[in-house]
Ligand binder design. Structure first.
Ligand SMILES: Nc1ncnc2c1ncn2[C@@H]1O[C@H](COP(=O)(O)OP(=O)(O)OP(=O)(O)O)[C@@H](O)[C@H]1O
Length: 259
């Protein structure tokens, strides 16, 4: 099928889907450094969007605005129909439990077992599950989703880099988030382990029907996990489309990402 038709068809299909996240005209400057100059994004239920941008292009600034860690200068952010920028701390905390993060720095607590690491978010977000007397079923389900049930009682020091990343992902999944934000999910991993993590991201999307925003420089990762991609250039969504559409673009700035 012709790619333009494909995108149009996809856009039409999206119309019937639930809008999970909407960013409109997001702007953020630090003095004369205009980082975000009107960034827009729509993320639909069950969709994976990859965001690529050069180092310093504003990906982290955008994510920080998205999770309420940084206030934008202007623009709107709606998460599941709730206007993020108007929420008080309590409402923000509740909304955060619907969003899972897999950040580069999302390290495990070294002094805790895998099980204890996974129990941690359950305690922080009691409003979602109440006072659980037995966390084991939830911990096991999350570990099962990443193929690591056998690691329940291991310490982080006993895990490989890839296993640590999987446990971090399980710790994200335990709250059954509707949206997952991945920041460089494959960085620092060897190609085979990267491939495993990428496959896992797809299987999680299929199993939980999550919507994900994935920041990555990894072209293979982008190809496999994304329904759509956004290139963040000059503070805006400079180019948007499927992997194949962007890869075959004639625009110089777009081409640079696929070399
Ligand atoms: N708190 C801050 N104060 C001043 N400038 C900032 C602040 N945070 C980010 N910046 C600036 O905003 C710009 C974008 O930074 P950001 O960290 O979002 O880039 P990035 O796209 O995530 O880069 P990388 O891929 O290297 O992580 C940079 O010029 C950075 O110096």
């Amino acid at each position: 099928m012709d790619e333009t038709k494909h995108t149009r068809k996809k856009a039409e299909a999206n119309k019937s889907k639930k809008l999970m996240l909407e960013i409109k005209d997001l702007r953020k400057s630090f003095g004369d450094n205009h980082v975000l100059n009107g960034f827009n994004l729509e993320l639909f239920e069950g969709e994976n969007i990859v965001i690529m941008g050069k180092s310093g292009s504003g990906k982290s600034v955008m994510i920080k605005c998205l999770v309420g860690l940084m206030a934008p200068d202007s623009g709107t952010i709606k998460i599941m129909d709730r206007n993020l920028l108007g929420l008080d701390q309590r409402a923000l905390d509740e909304l955060r439990s619907e969003i899972g993060f897999l950040f580069q720095g999302s390290a495990l607590y070294d002094s805790m077992t895998v099980k204890e690491n996974l129990e941690f978010p359950l305690r922080r977000h009691k409003h979602k599950f109440g006072d659980l007397t037995d966390t084991t079923p939830l911990v096991q389900e999350a570990l099962d989703s990443v193929g690591l049930v056998h690691a329940l009682n291991l310490m982080p020091s006993e895990l490989s880099g890839g296993m640590k990343r999987r446990v971090a992902l399980a710790r994200t999944l335990i709250l059954k988030p509707k949206i997952i934000l991945y920041d460089e999910p494959t960085s620092g991993l060897d190609p085979i382990t990267s491939k495993e993590i990428i496959e896992l991201m797809r299987s999680i999307q299929n199993k939980y029907n999550t919507s994900s925003l994935i920041i990555t420089h990894d072209v293979d990762c982008a190809r496999v996990v994304s329904e759509r991609m956004i290139l963040l250039i000059d503070g805006i969504n400079y180019a948007e489309g499927t992997f194949d559409e962007l890869k075959t673009s004639n625009d110089k700035k777009v081409k640079a990402f696929f070399k």
